[in-house]
Design a binder for this molecule. Structure first.
Ligand SMILES: Cc1ncc(COP(=O)(O)O)c(C=O)c1O
Length: 356
């Protein structure tokens, strides 16, 4: 009988994390609606920009200076108040490493983006999860009440992945007033471009009106811009806070191709807005049809909708899959469906209506 080999010691909180397994890839004739990706081809000029990017035998510009300058001009800040990373999730990881270690607490709503618990655990800190309201919204007063002297960082996800609603500007402003100045507030706006509710919080407005050094806004090129596969996102915040994040970053992880693709995408804003408009309109139509079919779908402001399927979640996800729709189930809670191709809508409604 062979003996178990002795393995290197792993930090217990890391060993306890579920091992990363990527979701099943969709078969050729299925619609992949499980990762909130963009169904459109890259924006005009993007493929050419990637091809023209400097040779891959060279390291990229470590600070993505050209992209930072462009983003700074766009958002009316200094380039040092912008930090570019390989996806906004990597920027959140850096901010957590910079602020929160063993014994520290990180407060966020739950359910929210599934990466939050593991990123907090990797930093060595403790998650404090505050349940969403009955309308699947952040409960900001409860989140403020959950802050203790151990809290180092609070995440506000608007629109909330996977449930869909935004936080309003006024509620966010009141929340900021209730958070101590030495606690970092991260406003995760991965889906900001899809928001159509004008009362929603929005990073530029927050900076103009609330302007506090303890707020960092995260944005990404993965969703509206359709560059998920290239991995590029950015943070806007106080230079010194972002300097701390930069200190924890894995150097040189934003490739030249990603930087060029982001720059090219920013140059075709009108095409971007047109596509975002198509997705938002498709989303609103889908929400209306699902509600007509009897589902109580929460307000959807991202590029996805939420079916609160509770205990039936896995069965319903399997029914979607049988119909050639790869969706994202969260066992015991609900099913998230990304807004993809127009042709997927009838099938989604059909399956959802049959399982009401
Ligand atoms: C709320 C939220 N934040 C961040 C991300 C990560 O995006 P990125 O591709 O920029 O790392 C996602 C992706 O699904 C998300 O849903």
């Amino acid at each position: 009988m062979s003996e178990e080999p002795v393995l290197p010691r792993i930090r217990p909180e890391i060993a306890a994390l579920p091992a990363y397994r990527q979701g099943r890839q969709a078969s050729a004739d299925a619609f992949k609606l499980s990762s909130n990706e963009n169904p459109f081809d890259p924006l005009p000029g993007v493929l050419e920009a990637i091809q023209a990017a400097s040779g891959i035998n060279r390291y990229p510009d470590a600070t993505a200076a050209r992209l930072r300058e462009r983003l700074a001009a766009r958002h009316g800040v200094s380039p040092d108040d912008v930090h570019v990373g390989a996806g906004s999730v990597s920027l959140l990881a850096q901010l957590l490493l910079a602020t929160s270690g063993p014994g520290d607490e990180v407060v966020y709503a739950w359910r929210s983006f599934e990466a939050y618990p593991s990123l907090v655990a990797v930093a060595g800190a403790t998650s404090v999860q505050v349940p969403l309201t009955a309308e699947s919204r952040h409960d900001l007063p409860a989140m403020a009440a959950a802050i203790t002297e151990r809290t180092r960082l609070v995440i506000v996800c608007s629109p909330n992945n996977p449930t869909g609603p935004t936080v309003t500007h006024d509620d966010f402003a009141a929340f900021v007033d209730a958070v101590p100045a030495d606690v970092l507030i991260v406003l995760d706006e991965a889906y900001a471009e899809f928001v159509t509710d004008p009362t929603s919080v929005e990073g530029d407005r927050v900076r103009a009106i609330i302007a506090r050094p303890n707020i960092v806004v995260l944005r990404t090129f993965s969703k509206a811009y359709g560059l998920a596969g290239l991995r590029v996102g950015y943070a806007i915040g106080h230079t010194r806070v972002l300097d701390a994040a930069r200190s924890t970053a894995i150097p040189l992880s934003v490739t030249a191709a990603a930087e060029e693709a982001a720059l090219a995408s920013l140059a075709v804003e009108s095409e971007l807005l047109e596509r975002v408009g198509v997705i938002a309109e498709r989303r609103d139509r889908l929400v209306a049809r699902l509600r007509e079919a009897g589902w109580s779908v929460p307000d959807a402001q991202g590029n996805f909708v939420w079916l609160p399927a509770g205990e039936r979640t896995l069965d319903i996800a399997a029914a979607f899959e049988d119909a050639g729709l790869v969706v994202r189930p969260f066992a015991g809670d609900g099913v998230r469906i990304s807004i993809g191709e127009e042709e997927s809508l009838d099938r989604i409604v059909e399956v959802a209506a049959a399982h009401r």
